[in-house]
Design a protein around this ligand. Structure first.
Ligand code: FMN
Length: 187
């Protein structure tokens, strides 16, 4: 698949439609090498990846469910069910973690660099023949959830990228017409 075709064809597949198989160890190594080649002002590498697979992924989901119930003991059954299943679908979930460093490089630029890592994971997964979805959800913004992942105080989750084999063909969704989002500046 040529690169522009890959970009023009890119679409997410909902995490609950992602099944086995996921990328094996060799594919993951290539995927992560590609994903980390992002623009990075100041060469700070203000990001890292944490993979969640197999039993560890299920345990992470269980701990998040416990945390959600601790925060809201009246969590309705439907929400409990959703929390319990969130990490049970895609065979591989990659947490993209940003570590914004104080200094001359603006925070925005470091977060955008981390966002590029997450986006590269989507593209790289598709290039390998898999599908993916970038999710955040409450856990990406919760310090107790960050502690479960083992993050430092100055780290945050930018994305949980769910990767696997699509269980169905996802139809194209309506996209904004490029001409509605592009204009030529005239002085
Ligand atoms: C930063 C970020 C966070 C997102 N978080 C969620 C999320 O928590 N839940 C969700 O349903 N979609 C979320 N999305 C949207 C999906 O990743 C995806 O873009 C959407 O399903 C549309 O599919 P598309 O990528 O084919 O346009 C998020 C997207 C971004 C960029």
């Amino acid at each position: 698949m040529d690169t522009l075709h890959l970009l023009l064809d890119r679409r997410s597949v909902p995490a609950r439609q992602l099944t086995e198989p996921g990328p094996d160890a060799d594919e993951q190594a290539r995927l992560f090498a590609a994903a980390l080649r992002v623009p990075d002002h100041g060469k700070l590498a203000p990001w890292r990846l944490i993979t969640l697979e197999g039993e560890a992924k299920h345990e992470f989901g269980r701990r998040l469910l416990d945390l959600a119930i601790r925060k809201d003991p009246d969590l309705p059954p439907a929400r409990r069910e959703k929390e319990a299943q969130r990490y049970s679908f895609a065979p591989l979930v990659v947490a993209v973690v940003a570590h914004v460093q104080q200094g001359r490089i603006p925070e925005q630029e470091q977060l955008l660099s981390a966002g590029c890592v997450a986006y590269n994971l989507l593209l790289g997964a598709q290039a390998l023949g898999y599908s993916a979805q970038w999710l955040t959800g409450w856990a990406a913004y919760d310090r107790d959830a960050a502690a479960i992942l083992g993050l430092d105080e100055d780290e945050r989750v930018i994305a949980f990228v769910h990767i696997g084999t699509p269980a169905l063909d996802v139809p194209e969704r309506e996209r904004p017409a490029p001409q509605s989002r592009v204009c030529r500046w005239t002085p």
